[in-house]
Design a protein around this ligand. Structure first.
Ligand SMILES: Cc1cc2nc3c(=O)[nH]c(=O)nc-3n(C[C@H](O)[C@H](O)[C@H](O)COP(=O)(O)OP(=O)(O)OC[C@H]3O[C@@H](n4cnc5c(N)ncnc54)[C@H](O)[C@@H]3O)c2cc1C
Length: 379
């Protein structure tokens, strides 16, 4: 099992200490679908957004495992799952590809603002016509001298309504296949970019998402991240880290929910004893624990392999399936074990159920993860 150093524990504890302040007022914000700007600032001041950013660019230079360890605590301590989801998008969407593939000018200009939280970031892959088959994207980036001109639309862009920087994946080649996609950094005030209004949704309601429209949107060729045509590999690199970072938050959320459900089952009385003394209930709680621990171990072990540079395509897909389905089951079991109270807004469990469900869809749906595993099995 993994053990953590005093420095890693120190970073984790800083987020645990913020838990109350991050969670305060979250139910009202959920109702209003309002982004928690004050709590965002708390996370920025705590250095969360700079965790994986190298020190010369103002970050803390932490590795993937440490970043995940701290994010797990965010999920455990913070009841605003939308805030946590937006925070993981901030960490992964633009800073990660920029740091690994970006050239020095682009890194020097943007990474310090991303690490400090001054610039909010998003990434745009999905299009209104479909997201599962990213290679079929229609948005184009046509080279014109020392510029690229973008045309097309993206949708469901997390943080989009409030973002300053977008990593946009667009088609630069005409031939089908992986070599036709390029990652381009687009600043919000670029003429030709229209940022749509926030789209109302069922869960993660404090994390806004929206459409983006590009109409002859001209960006300097210098804004290309990596080489033209390398976007698919950048996307693959980013998605692995997105899945590990956003779903380790779910693991933290499940841990908190398990603690809370055990407490309830020990103290809520029935005619013959506490709710939890009934084997039917106790077994459901045990299954919550088994799914949580299995998914948790798998996620950290996969991150360890990622850090060693191993091929983790199947491991990441399995991890996403394990964590997302465990989170939905955990939320629905907790709701059920809390009886009628579980169904009330006051107890917050119905919100957790709504927040868990989109995990089956974002970062590649469960069907797509299974397709990926089937392909690797030679099917
Ligand atoms: C909360 C949330 C946040 C998101 N954030 C972002 C973001 O920041 N940036 C971004 O670009 N996108 C984002 N998305 C979009 C997300 O990545 C897509 O919704 C997802 O990839 C599915 O694409 P789609 O919605 O177009 O569904 P479709 O691709 O139209 O799929 C519809 C259904 O068909 C199934 N299906 C499709 N193709 C296959 C196949 N080949 N085999 C089997 N089943 C298949 C899918 O599993 C799904 O059930 C977000 C989505 C949500 C819900």
């Amino acid at each position: 099992m993994f053990s953590w150093t005093a420095d890693q524990e120190h970073l984790r504890a800083a987020i645990e200490d913020l838990g109350g302040a991050l969670s305060e007022g979250h139910a009202a914000r959920d109702r209003l679908e309002s982004f928690p700007a004050e709590q965002w600032k708390l996370l920025a001041d705590a250095g969360l957004f700079g965790l994986p950013v190298e020190e010369p660019y103002g970050g803390l230079g932490q590795d993937l495992l440490t970043t995940m360890f701290v994010l797990e605590e965010l999920g455990h301590s913070c009841r605003d799952a939308g805030l946590s989801f937006s925070a993981s998008t901030q960490i992964v969407s633009t800073g990660v590809p920029l740091q690994r593939f970006g050239h020095e000018r682009l890194k020097a200009r943007h990474l310090p603002r991303i690490a400090s939280g001054e610039a909010i970031t998003a990434h745009a892959i999905t299009e209104p016509e479909g997201g599962s088959d990213a290679l079929r994207m229609r948005t184009t980036a046509r080279q014109d001298g020392d510029s690229y001109v973008l045309n097309g639309s993206k949708t469901f862009v997390t943080n989009g309504p409030i973002a300053d920087l977008f990593t946009v994946y667009a088609r630069t080649g005409t031939a089908p296949g992986v070599g036709a996609i390029t990652a381009v950094l687009v600043e919000r005030d670029t003429p030709g970019l229209t940022v749509g209004g926030s789209i109302s949704k069922m869960g993660l309601r404090t994390s806004p998402f929206c459409e983006l429209h590009f109409d002859d949107c001209r960006v300097p060729a210098d804004n290309v991240i990596g080489r033209p045509g390398s976007g698919f590999w950048i996307f693959d690199y980013v998605m692995k880290r997105e899945i590990l970072c956003s779903f380790i938050i779910n693991i933290g959320e499940m841990r908190h929910r398990l603690e809370r459900t055990v407490e309830y089952a020990r103290t809520r009385r029935t005619a013959t004893g506490p709710v939890g003394s009934h084997q039917a209930v106790a077994h459901r709680i045990v299954e919550m624990k088994v799914r949580l621990e299995t998914a948790r171990l798998w996620m950290y072990e996969t991150a360890r392999k990622v850090q060693l540079g191993r091929d983790t395509t199947v491991d990441v897909a399995i991890g996403k399936l394990l964590a997302s389905t465990a989170n939905v089951r955990s939320a629905s079991e907790a709701l059920q074990i809390h009886g009628g109270y579980g169904y009330t807004s006051e107890y917050g469990l119905e919100q957790q159920f709504r927040d868990a469900l989109p995990g089956l869809t974002y970062s590649g749906t469960s069907d797509i993860q299974k397709n990926r595993i089937a392909t690797m099995l030679g099917l």
